[in-house]
Design a protein around this ligand. Structure first.
Ligand code: ADP
Ligand code: GLC
Length: 473
């Protein structure tokens, strides 16, 4: 079965968050199971693209409204990522460095989708299935069925995965002319609440949609930034499949990004990594180290952290340390830097994005804080489990599906119900007292590290889903 994954991110080509990790791993595991899975993404002028060689496999021009766009499709020469990687390059529109946040982002993602469809349509390719990820490729299922330019592909099966239901990519009807010629009797499918809404449109038009955890599938019907009723109506089409992790990259016994390798059998390296990490950030390695890694946004509960940590530092003076790696909202960044300046011996903050540092923190910290308000799956807790770092998570979405509280049968993490300062403080209190009980913590570490969240199982679930669409393909 030939499958194209369409995504705005893919590790290691371009990454902002977990979407990149998933799209960089899932096709690789699918190919190992006999599928022919490829990734198609926009061209970003970044390290991976500059350091690797590409062939131009297709060149053409297309229209975005009245603007003529010249585009090319580049293919990475060696398939070194474990799948064919195709980049859509449009000079002047899709050839920049950043992944998001340009003022013409709507135009960028529409043009990405049109160029992809033109390419497969004019080069006579016939994929069995197109797997779209998030709203950036959400118009594809609609265009396949309702634009006469792509009639040849109208029966192609589509799967749409929702990694983040908060972002819809909505834009005004004044931009309708950017779309290729469509059947105007179908414009209702594009609409939600008076705007063209690519996420809503994808949910309506795809053959099946998936969420990155079963719990998140349910949650979308009560919290999806205005699409709750749509998810309620369409739920029969939804399937929840938990993400996996790429264990060839995230393996504490082989990870080239950490100075001391370690494993379930020999945990000594974990302590040495902690010492290196603490030395770099001027923290005492004797004390429990709680860390936070992630985008500093309200969804992640990042606005609660500075206050919660201040209260916890006062409640447990000198008894634990806290380290942050993240970037995002400027106010949250400033609050965390303020916390660091106020408690320089207990707290440090790295504002920015640093893949290697993230690996070192998963390896060297004792606890990983995730007070998320919304967490469709969450990969941080899965990485931290694999690296023997105990996750302290809010009971939501994928965190609910992957972390069991150590107070419950078979448990290994710390789980709390509310994204609130009180619950975070309580989780810190539990972490501090658990750290004092060395034996118990060690036993939990061993349980965590033995858990299997590799992609094998989840990749197989996607294949089963694809195959369920087969009789109609
Ligand atoms: P999300 O995709 O919502 O940001 P996930 O938990 O799914 O959350 O994935 C986050 C991914 O991004 C993980 O691989 C995490 O290690 C990484 N990450 C997030 N922020 C940073 C950062 N500042 N530096 C390095 N890696 C980061
Ligand atoms: C999104 C979600 C995150 C999930 C990731 C990969 O960014 O916020 O919870 O793990 O996508 O699916």
């Amino acid at each position: 079965m030939r499958v194209f994954h369409l995504s705005a991110e893919c590790y290691p080509v371009a990454k902002v968050g977990g979407l990149a990790d998933v799209v960089g791993a899932l096709p690789k595991y699918q190919n190992q199971s006999g599928l022919q899975a490829a990734v198609v993404m926009p061209y970003y002028n970044r390290k991976f693209v500059q350091e690797n060689e590409f062939d131009t496999v297709f060149q053409s021009s297309t229209l975005l409204g009245t603007r003529r766009l010249y585009f090319e499709i580049l293919k990475e020469k060696t398939d070194k990522l474990g799948f064919e990687l195709f980049l859509v390059k449009i000079p002047g529109l899709i050839d920049r460095e950043e992944i998001y946040s340009y003022p013409d982002e709507t135009e960028q993602f529409i043009a990405f989708q049109i160029a992809f469809l033109d390419w497969i349509s004019y080069s006579q390719q016939s994929p069995d299935l197109i797997h779209c990820h998030d709203h950036h490729s959400g118009l594809v299922p609609f265009l396949l069925q309702h634009s006469k330019l792509y009639t040849r592909l109208a029966a192609t099966a589509t799967v749409f995965t929702i990694h983040n239901g908060q972002y819809h990519g909505a834009f005004g009807w004044d931009k309708l002319s950017y779309l290729p010629e469509i059947d105007l009797s179908k414009t209702g499918l594009l609409d939600w609440a008076g705007a063209i809404n690519p996420l809503a449109c994808a949910v309506k038009c795809c053959w099946k949609y998936t969420t990155v955890s079963p719990t998140y599938l349910q949650e979308l019907t009560i919290n999806s930034n205005g699409l709750e009723f749509l998810f309620y109506l369409e739920q029969a089409k939804g399937v929840g499949i938990i993400n996996g992790i790429d264990t060839s990259i995230w393996d504490p016994n082989k990870d080239p990004m950490i100075p001391n390798k370690f494993s379930l059998k020999s945990l000594k390296g974990k302590q040495t990594n902690k010492e290196k990490l603490c030395e770099r950030f001027n923290l005492s390695p004797e004390k429990p180290l709680v860390a936070f890694i992630g985008r500093l946004v309200v969804e992640k509960g990042a606005d609660l952290i500075a206050t919660a940590m201040e209260e916890s530092f006062n409640e447990h003076p000198g008894q634990f340390n806290f380290l942050v790696l993240g970037a995002g909202d400027k106010e949250m960044e400033a609050d965390l830097l303020g916390l660091r300046d106020f408690y320089p011996e207990q707290c440090n903050v790295f504002i920015g994005y640093d893949e290697a540092l993230a690996h070192l923190i998963y390896a060297g910290a004792d606890f990983l804080l995730m007070p998320s308000r919304v967490e469709p799956c969450g990969l941080n807790q899965l990485y931290s489990l694999r690296y023997g770092t105990l996750p302290m998570v809010r009971n939501t979405g994928g965190l609910h599906d992957t972390v069991i509280d150590f107070g419950d049968e078979g448990g290994y993490g710390i789980r709390y119900n509310h994204a609130s300062v009180e619950d975070i403080c309580h989780s810190v209190t539990r972490a501090v007292s658990l750290y004092a009980n060395e034996k118990h913590l060690l036993a939990l570490r061993k349980i965590m590290m033995a858990l299997d969240f590799s992609w094998d199982r989840s990749a197989a679930e996607y294949i089963t889903l694809y195959e369920s669409l087969k009789p109609t393909i």
